[in-house]
Design a protein around this ligand. Structure first.
Ligand SMILES: C[S@@+](CC[C@H](N)C(=O)[O-])C[C@H]1O[C@@H](n2cnc3c(N)ncnc32)[C@H](O)[C@@H]1O
Length: 144
């Protein structure tokens, strides 16, 4: 794909972001938010609106966590290339791979660039069950 000469805004691209990102000029983006597959090893199906249209995506990576992290690393390298030096990037992930992604981002962006971690706060979410007599694990959701 040829590089694009300017940034089109208000456009949603529905293809592999690795190839799409390669078209963006270096140091051209102020803000990046990404909500990638979480390495949950699940198949997701979501029903949208009243049409009962099912949209689905696979969050399965044959070969395990290192295959997933390398898949993400390729994209993070492109994101680093296109992010302005004054820009910000937010990565949404969870316990499945969050620690691996933190290390990958420290490698690529520099660990001194890291600002903070935001944590979802939920009530409920299996806390009582997880803390009960039959508990086999700690709750996966953060509690106050
Ligand atoms: C955790 S979901 C995010 C869902 C989305 N934020 C939402 O609220 O509907 C991960 C998304 O990444 C998409 N995805 C997976 N591989 C991709 C790729 N190579 N390029 C772009 N998107 C990809 C999946 O289709 C899925 O929609």
């Amino acid at each position: 794909m040829a590089p694009i000469g300017y940034l089109e805004t208000g456009v949603i691209y529905c293809d592999d972001n690795l190839h799409r990102l390669a078209q963006f000029p270096a140091d051209s983006v102020d803000l990046i938010y990404l909500d990638p597959p979480f390495f949950s090893n699940r198949h997701y199906e979501v029903i949208w609106g009243d049409e009962a249209e099912v949209r689905s995506f696979e969050d399965r990576f044959q070969g395990g966590i290192h295959v997933y992290v390398e898949w993400m690393r390729d994209r993070l390298i492109e994101l680093h290339r296109i992010l302005k030096p004054t820009g910000s990037i937010y990565l949404h992930c969870d316990w499945h791979a969050g620690h691996y992604l933190k290390i990958a981002m420290d490698d690529i962006f520099g660990n001194r660039q890291f600002q903070n971690e935001f944590v979802w706060y939920y009530s409920g979410g299996g806390f009582e069950e997880a803390m009960g007599a039959q508990a086999r694990h700690h709750p996966v959701l953060h509690q106050g």
